[in-house]
Design a protein around this ligand. Sequence first.
Ligand SMILES: *[C@@H]1O[C@H](CO)[C@@H](O)[C@H](O)[C@H]1NC(C)=O
Ligand SMILES: *[C@@H]1O[C@H](CO)[C@@H](O)[C@H](O)[C@H]1NC(C)=O
Ligand SMILES: *[C@@H]1O[C@H](CO)[C@@H](O)[C@H](O)[C@H]1NC(C)=O
Length: 324
Amino acid sequence: MKFLFVLGLVFACSVNFSVAKDAALETVSKHGQLSVSGVDLVDSNGEKVQLKGMSLFWDVWMPQYYNKEAIDGVHDLCHSNAVRAAISVTTERDGGYIETPDASLERLYAVIDAAIADDIYVVVDWHDHEADSHLNYSLDFFDKVSKKYTGVPNILYETFNEPTGQSWSDVLKPYHEAVIKTIRANDPDNVIIVGTPTWSQSVDQAAANPITGQKNIMYTLHFYAGTHKQWLRDTANGALSNGIPIFVSEYGTVNADGDGSVDEAESRLWYDWLDEHNISYLNWAVSDKVEGASALQPNTTAANTCKEEFLTASGKFVVAQNKA
Ligand SMILES: *[C@@H]1O[C@H](CO)[C@@H](O)[C@H](O)[C@H]1NC(C)=O
Ligand SMILES: *[C@@H]1O[C@H](CO)[C@@H](O)[C@H](O)[C@H]1NC(C)=O
Ligand SMILES: *[C@@H]1O[C@H](CO)[C@@H](O)[C@H](O)[C@H]1NC(C)=O
């Protein structure tokens, strides 16, 4: 038994090539200002660093988690070194930044300030599927936020959550370039993550015509393990080999519709691939909606965010990975 145990330890060490570890301990005070080197996210010493954590749900629908109590739970109990604020832009019935900019900014700033206090990174996500059709609002939003938080190392910007059928070269690339120019006028350094076609899956299209003349740009890859499998990892491998830095700002352990049960086997294949490449990943979502992707049980309060007894099957699975 003892011999087997020792062998097991040697094996466990020998296969752990990634920088993955308990994300709760890999804080901003430890890693500082992030940048991009080749395809890698690196810290202020130029060492590879991985962000692992949680995405909040659309702010107009889950405002109860846009506060310090919830972010404390995301950091300490969901073992995250990053949280994503998913700022709704336009939703059919309940609006978003276009209708209620001040309320949206208040929720966003509460999350950013909590992330700063908790020493974790925060992704400012323009959570939209048609951002190209109201570019002036994107510019207004990113100008305000990047002006307010100039020089704060905690912040990463995500310019466009999930484009759908828009053309990369004709629509999305020019959109991102306009937003990047606005952010860079206030903030020369922080990482900017740009959305890719087909609900942020077609990183190959971005790889064929990347954004040039800019630094610290990464490209969004989203996956839902129950739906997206080896074929999407193959696409991503192609993009990586073309030098495209990838950031998984949103993934689910379930089906692409956000529901279904946890696909543990496929999720583990994704985790192995992400860790092998030191790619960052944030789970969708800090939500108590009754659906498979939710990390929290129905009616979980902010104060109970990520407490063990309030986690769903997906929540437990994800937290185990965040602290691995
Ligand atoms: C964006 O453009 C629309 C249409 O011209 C206009 O009504 C709106 O006020 C503009 N909003 C901002 C924030 O610039
Ligand atoms: C991931 O990071 C580790 C530690 O820095 C490094 O040894 C490994 O080569 C990296 N993997 C890739 C694919 O770059
Ligand atoms: C959640 O709260 C609502 C309103 O208080 C209540 O009707 C519902 O039964 C609760 N759901 C669960 C699963 O506790």
